[in-house]
Ligand binder design. Structure first.
Ligand code: SAH
Ligand code: SF4
Length: 444
């Protein structure tokens, strides 16, 4: 019987993509998938360190994997992703959890096959290179979905926002060559994928350093021409680099979806400056207005952080005010977390935990009322929905997404998965819409 593997993933879409690559690599080695660590011969823990909560989950999981390994000592446990890339953490993992066989940094994950073979022959191993050597192409990928595919277009980040650990663990910005991206998307479209999500920490910086120079707008034009592909999404875009040409390009290209994820982080100019975000409150709100003019019906979503060092009640009130003015469809809200090695970690005036959590609750309550109101405005409207499959909460129904990236739940046959249908929205909830199919539109 073949050996079995299980990947446990924390963090962002880039990590989900990395996990799909690792699954591809080990499947090529002959492993087959197990649905949980207890049933696996190889467990890959793909970690995130953007916030403390993500790290805590990993420490907890490693504890329980230790108990499994005592029962089955031949099992291989590997820790990968962003955590081991932080200074001293690989050693800490080996010290606290000596049963971990393999620790892999973000720049070594494409070497997984060779590293696993070495572990089998030589025993425990740490592979954490300090810098990226190259952009590996042509890796095997075992994709989770058969409809939507992640396609990284750039790796790393040069922004060094004061609170953020990403530039330290993912390295300097580097863009894939446009011909490599286009070839991958062509292959996906030919294999029946209908939607691609172009990934990067700051996709609108795409192409810096490439020669000849290609911009993200150019890349969107190239991908938009792909036959068989229906939808193009991208994440994350940085408000500072979202220029007029990009707004115009997104508005014009028929496959690029009308959803803008623009993390604002804070609404006070003083805090934005301390965060080193490179835009002002007015600049951000102007961008929102520009988008609303150019792309009617667009959804705008965001990330917001409360409790950055030195954030006063007045600063926080400015964030609430911005949230009211921008009218976000959805916001991912975070409590600021001190990250070792980042400039903000040594700023004075760290905000007490209870103040942070009170502000976060207030922000969530405000955004929920705005989000619900925006979803209610969808009632009676008709949307094109790309059907994903049975709804997780009600398997008798289907789930899919609008171009604006809202989840819609509706009745329909399982055969509609992967198809586009026209749905009239009948009821709005905080996190999803309900609807009824008005037309089965089987585009080939
Ligand atoms: N590249 C993306 C964000 C990556 S991290 C961008 O620039 O928007 C995802 C989100 O995590 C960020 O938008 C931010 O809101 C949050 N985040 C990052 N560092 C954090 C920290 N130290 N504490 C709390 N939240 C943080
Ligand atoms: Fe972090 Fe800022 Fe880079 Fe986003 S843009 S990954 S928040 S440093």
């Amino acid at each position: 019987m073949s050996k079995r593997y299980c990947v446990v993933t924390y963090g962002c879409q880039m990590n989900e993509w990395d996990s799909e690559v690792m699954a591809g690599i080990v499947e090529e080695m002959g492993y087959t998938r197990a649905d949980r660590p207890a049933a696996a011969d190889l467990v890959l823990v793909n970690t995130c360190c953007v916030r403390q909560t993500a790290e805590n989950k990993v420490w907890g999981l490693l504890g329980s994997l230790g108990r499994l390994k005592r029962l089955r000592p031949e099992m291989i446990i590997a820790v990968t992703g962003c955590m081991p890339q932080q200074e001293g953490v690989a050693a800490e993992i080996r010290r606290r959890f000596p049963f971990v066989d393999l620790v892999i940094g973000t720049y070594n994950r494409h070497e997984l096959a060779g590293l696993l073979r070495r572990v089998e022959e030589e025993g425990p191993l740490v592979a954490v290179q300090p810098e990226a050597c190259c952009i590996p192409e042509g890796l095997p990928v075992k994709r989770e979905s058969r409809i939507r595919a992640w396609v990284p277009v750039m790796y790393g980040c040069n922004n060094f926002c004061a609170y953020c650990v990403v530039p330290y663990v993912r390295g300097r910005e580097r863009s894939r060559r446009p011909e490599d991206v286009v070839r991958e998307v062509e292959g996906l479209a030919a294999a029946g994928y209908r939607e691609v999500v172009l990934l990067g920490q700051n996709v609108n910086a795409y192409g810096r350093g490439l020669s000849p120079r290609v911009t993200f707008a150019d890349l969107l034009e190239m991908v938009n021409g792909m036959e068989g592909l229906w939808r193009i999404r991208y994440t994350t875009s940085h408000p500072r680099d979202f220029d007029e040409r990009l707004v115009e390009t997104v508005a014009r290209l028929e496959k690029v979806c009308e959803n803008f994820h623009l993390p604002v982080q804070a609404g006070s100019d003083r805090i934005l400056k301390l965060m080193r975000r490179g835009y002002t409150r007015d600049g951000y709100l102007n961008l929102v207005q520009q988008i609303r003019r150019a792309v009617p019906g667009a959804s705008i979503t965001t990330d917001i952080m409360v409790g950055f060092p030195g954030e006063t009640e007045e600063d926080f009130a400015a964030t609430l005010e911005l949230v009211r003015e921008a009218g976000f469809d959805q916001a991912f809200t975070f409590v600021y977390n001190r990250r070792r090695g980042t400039p903000a970690a040594s700023l004075p005036d760290q905000v007490p935990e209870e103040v942070k959590s009170r502000r976060c609750q207030e922000l969530i309550a405000l955004q929920q009322s705005i989000g619900l109101e925006r979803n209610r405005a969808e009632e009676g409207k008709v949307h094109e929905v790309l059907v994903e499959g049975p709804s997780a909460t009600d398997p008798a129904k289907l789930t899919g997404r609008t171009r604006t990236n809202k989840t819609v739940v509706f009745r329909g046959g399982a055969g509609l998965a992967g198809k586009l249908v026209t749905v009239r929205i009948t009821a709005a909830h905080l996190t999803y819409l309900e609807g009824e199919v008005v037309q089965n539109e089987c585009r080939a």
